[in-house]
Design a protein around this ligand. Structure first.
Ligand code: ZN
Length: 183
């Protein structure tokens, strides 16, 4: 069971992420509030992966704040501690690099991430592959959607061995996504 302090930290992280992402929407046609995405990632970790480690769950809620909002490393460290900051940094792209390089680096870095960061990355890819097939980003061609699936599969190849249930879920979601997109 969580301690009262852990419950408080989780709720603070949820509130913090909602505030930071408040003006952002997901890329899909449904234009969902961005916060739906980190909530989905933490839900997948909890339900499918049976992850109960608090820094992992808190970092999952915060996983896109450094990369996609004005959040600073100092802010995350002072509010949530060094371990959570490190996990969020591990799953964040370096936005100073070109997009194609960032995508290649995700594949190259995946096997070298900490186990906790690998869990977050895997749940993130499950959520994104589901979204790409069920609520496709506006303006993406069929080829781009299929290329996204191939890339996500390549990233996840470097995460194998971290959590069998999450990996099996990824495989099922990916297979389903290809069926949907290939008709
Ligand atoms: Zn994400």
């Amino acid at each position: 069971m969580w301690t009262e302090q852990e419950g408080g930290t989780f709720i603070r992280a949820l509130d913090f992420a909602a505030e930071k992402h408040r003006h952002q929407r997901r890329k899909g046609n449904a234009q969902l509030p961005y916060i739906n995405h980190p909530i989905r990632v933490v839900e997948i970790l909890w339900r499918v992966g049976e992850v109960r480690d608090m820094p992992t769950l808190v970092a999952a809620l915060l996983h896109d704040t450094l990369e996609d909002t004005a959040t600073t490393a100092d802010e995350l460290e002072s509010l949530f501690g060094a371990e959570v900051l490190t996990l969020v940094q591990e799953v964040s792209d370096d936005k100073s690099l070109p997009k194609a390089t960032r995508k290649q680096l995700q594949i190259a870095h995946a096997p070298h991430l900490s186990r906790k960061a690998q869990l977050i990355k895997l749940a993130d890819k499950i959520a994104n592959v589901y979204d790409v097939s069920h609520d496709s980003p506006e303006g993406w061609s069929h080829e781009r959607l299929l290329a996204y699936l191939d890339w996500a599969e390549a990233v996840v190849a470097g995460l194998r061995g971290v959590n069998a249930a999450l990996e099996a879920h990824f495989d099922a979601v990916l297979e389903d996504a290809r069926k949907i997109l290939l008709g």
